[in-house]
Design a protein around this ligand. Structure first.
Ligand SMILES: Nc1ncnc2c1ncn2[C@@H]1O[C@H](COP(=O)(O)OP(=O)(O)OP(=O)(O)O)[C@@H](O)[C@H]1O
Length: 439
């Protein structure tokens, strides 16, 4: 067993590295004493998180290798490989095989699987996970004058006496780069980013987001560009805009960093984790066209809160987040990644990076586990290669990249790594794989 920590821990390690180290040590100590073949715990770099999600998807979909009718292992063509969009609580990742060269080598991951070299574009946007986005949105709402009693309604455990302070809400706000208050203000009042090369389409006129009036927690506060409200919305000058949560500039900004990426995202794409939860709640995971998705999100956001609550009993925990989350997802996918009406059908929303039957879970791989199915999949035949190879992969996921470097406990020395991301894995081939790999 190999344990990989993701963005939440990357943030903590930035904020309080000794606390992060204590957690790693404690987890390693406990797991080390458990009756497990524990290899160690490691803080994964963002690139690793993105690349592992991509590998998992393509692995479980059988895109990396197939067993042919004639009894041979064959490699499906590169063009059939599936892109991966992942959104956790603290970061969001995009990974795909680009149609052309990857100019910024920091966004390239190269690894060998089943005898093939794979080169993917991958980027992890720290602070663009859903929880961090919601926290920053709340901070922004408070900053622009929404009374804490109003804003804090959204947040469990933050009562009026909590002394809500925008700046203390999120470690992302204190993070270097585009998260300074000055930057947020700039984003709020000016263009989000110079259009070319960030965006190839005009920025829409801001629309008011009028949601949940009465006991509203988002009173006419936000607006999103391409995710336009249907006609009839009032045109209140927005005090705060939900798009503030997708700041511009800097290497961690999806709008600038990933804009026009869709041009290269030619294959089907699976969006999972937090991309899925909200869209599933809104019944938007069945390949609805973009116009329907947009209208549904806005319609939901406009419903009176009492009605929202009444129509979704037992959903309290995340109910209050679905409006902002839905708008954020739309903004990220449209403005950040550049999806359009025509390319929208390429996105499939799944709970996990998994096949539709959902028997696999990406974290099994993220965590560097053996990536074994919970039960044998008869449709896939005997697969002696996969578990062994991926176990090696997980155990060697030492990476170099632009994101915060990982550190590890209890693992041996990493193999040499190539620039960008590379699992150089000489000798990692499991014995049963050798015949195939040498072919
Ligand atoms: N059923 C659900 N509905 C809505 N949101 C959910 C649901 N279950 C989990 N979440 C949200 O999913 C997030 C956690 O997802 P995930 O486990 O993918 O993130 P993580 O691995 O902690 O994130 P990161 O990799 O960024 O550290 C949280 O934002 C949580 O609020």
């Amino acid at each position: 067993m190999f344990l990989g920590a993701t963005a939440g821990m990357r943030l903590l390690s930035q904020k309080n590295s000794s606390q992060a180290g204590d957690i790693f040590a404690a987890v390693s100590r406990v797991l080390g004493q458990a009756p497990l073949d524990f290899w160690g715990a490691e803080l994964l770099a963002g690139q690793a998180e993105g690349a592992l999600g991509w590998i998992t998807i393509n692995y479980v979909l059988g895109m990396l290798i197939k067993y042919s009718f004639s009894g041979e292992w064959i490699r499906p063509p590169e063009g059939t490989l599936v892109g991966a969009l992942d959104m956790g609580g603290a970061s969001t990742q995009i990974t795909f095989v680009p149609g052309g060269p990857i100019l910024d080598k920091n966004t390239q991951a190269t690894f060998h699987l089943y005898g093939s070299e794979h080169r993917v574009y991958t980027h992890s946007y720290l602070c663009f996970g859903r929880d961090q986005m919601l926290t920053r949105l709340l901070a922004r709402l408070v900053e622009v004058g929404l009374p804490p009693e109003e804003a804090q309604v959204k947040w469990d455990g933050l009562g009026p006496s909590a002394g809500l302070k925008a700046t203390s809400l999120s470690s992302c706000r204190a993070a270097p780069g585009p998260w300074s208050a000055t930057h947020v203000t700039t984003v709020a009042t000016g263009p989000r980013c110079p259009r070319p090369p960030c965006m190839s389409h005009p920025v829409s006129t801001p629309h008011p987001l009028q949601t949940w009036p009465g006991t509203s927690r988002w009173k006419e506060q936000g607006t999103l560009g391409p995710a336009s409200p249907p006609s009839g919305a009032s045109s209140t000058s927005p005090a705060a805009r939900a798009e503030d949560t997708v700041p511009s500039m800097g290497s961690t900004s999806p709008p600038c960093g990933a804009g026009s990426m869709h041009a290269h995202l030619t294959s089907p794409t699976q969006a999972f984790s937090n991309f899925y939860y909200t869209f599933h709640f809104l019944n938007l995971t069945s390949k609805q066209p973009l116009t329907t998705v947009n209208a549904t999100v806005w319609e939901f956001c406009r419903r009176p809160w009492k009605q929202v609550e009444a129509s979704s009993p037992g959903q309290d925990r995340w109910l209050r987040d679905h409006c902002a989350s839905g708008l954020y997802i739309l903004t990220l996918l449209l403005e950040g990644y550049g999806f359009r009406e025509e390319t929208w059908p390429d996105i499939e929303f799944h709970k996990q990076a998994a096949c539709p039957t959902g028997r696999w879970h990406r974290y099994w791989l993220d965590a560097g586990l053996h990536a074994e199915p919970d039960r044998r999949d008869p449709g896939r035949g005997a697969r002696p290669l996969a578990g062994g190879e991926l176990r090696h992969l997980g155990g060697w996921s030492r990476l170099c990249g632009a994101d915060s470097p990982g550190y590890s406990w209890g693992c041996g020395s990493p193999p040499p790594v190539a620039p960008g991301l590379s699992w150089a894995a000489p000798g990692w081939t499991a014995a049963p794989a050798r015949a195939f790999l040498s072919s």
